[in-house]
Design a protein around this ligand. Structure first.
Ligand code: GDP
Length: 295
């Protein structure tokens, strides 16, 4: 078990006890523990450094409420700052487009794009939207079948693409089909590779240009930990992302990727994946994530 921040701060709390305000000297030791906690939660180092600098500034001179020990006051500042950085409140999907509203899914292979596409379709179907799923993942033939199977299970339509087609042709045809069928939303699943790859980036960029989606969602596996930063940077530099979905939070990661990805992309985390099942999607709550990261 990882030690939680409250326990970690036990030692420094003693030295802080009985003070009315937090001072630079006081919080230095505490910040060392905060830094360790964040690194253990897999927040990327540059993000940790920047965060600590911010918190230090905010904590300095902070009055210690009578109800709190100075150690608790430090934790409160850290917790508030983490929550704020991750976006304060939940931000939902934006579907304010002329129908069909297009959602483009981007991310590495295995990040959970196909599963998450189905989860979103379920959510939108429950909101009485007419949803079309479509897949341009022609490199992993099973992916298109996987989406079709999930769509059937959800009783949602899936555009009939296949692995011999070109992704851009699939996109154009799916869009045409959705317009003629008066669909409210298209969720467009794309190919991912195991690593960041120029061809993949060029392809998704072209798909983005063709589809002009209202939502471009970056899907990232919370278990990726430190690596999530590089992936987020590559996708964020290539595409005008509108949001992030962090998957596999039911695993044992502490969720530090949430802070890193939010920091790198500057985009809100809109949902989190919490199981392999199609109902395993929840709105993102920054405050809960802050508590999870701090342990
Ligand atoms: P893609 O290659 O990005 O389309 O990824 P998939 O949707 O095929 O997902 C890869 C694996 O991750 C599959 O085994 C999924 O069942 C699993 N998966 C996706 N999202 C979640 C999640 O939130 N929690 C768990 N535990 N597994 C997930």
């Amino acid at each position: 078990m990882l030690e939680n921040l409250t326990d970690r701060l036990q030692g420094v709390i003693k030295t802080l006890r009985g003070q009315a305000r937090l001072t630079e000297e006081n919080i230095s030791d505490a910040m060392r523990e905060v830094r360790m906690a964040l690194l253990e939660a897999d927040v990327a180092l540059p993000v940790v450094k920047e965060f600590i600098a911010q918190v230090k500034q905010r904590a300095q001179g902070q009055e210690v409420l009578q109800s709190l020990t100075p150690g608790q006051a430090v934790i409160q500042v850290v917790h508030d700052e983490l929550t704020e950085l991750m976006g304060k409140a939940n931000v939902g999907l934006n579907l304010a487009a002329v129908a069909p509203a297009i959602i483009l899914m981007a991310g590495l292979q295995g990040s959970g794009k196909t599963t998450t596409s189905a989860k979103l379709a379920k959510l939108l179907k429950e909101q009485k939207k007419k949803v079309l799923l479509a897949s341009a993942d022609v490199y992993r033939p099973a992916a298109i079948e996987q989406l079709k199977t999930l769509a059937k299970q959800l009783d949602v339509d899936c555009f009939d693409s296949n692995a011999t087609q070109k992704p851009l042709d699939i996109a154009a045809a799916a869009l045409d089909f959705a317009k003629r069928g008066y669909y409210d939303v298209i969720i467009f699943d794309t190919a991912g590779r195991l690593g960041i790859d120029e061809a993949m980036m060029a392809e998704i960029k072209a798909l983005h240009t063709l589809l002009n989606p209202i939502e471009t969602l970056f899907v990232v596996d919370a278990m990726q930990g430190q690596d999530a930063v590089n992936t987020a940077k590559a996708f964020g530099d290539t595409l005008p992302l509108t949001g992030v979905i962090l998957t596999k939070l039911d695993g044992d990661s502490r969720g530090g990727a949430a802070l890193s990805v939010r920091h790198i992309t500057g985009k809100p985390i809109k949902f989190v994946g919490v199981s392999e099942k199609v109902d395993g999607l929840e709105p993102f709550h920054p405050e809960r994530m802050a508590s999870r990261i701090l342990g």
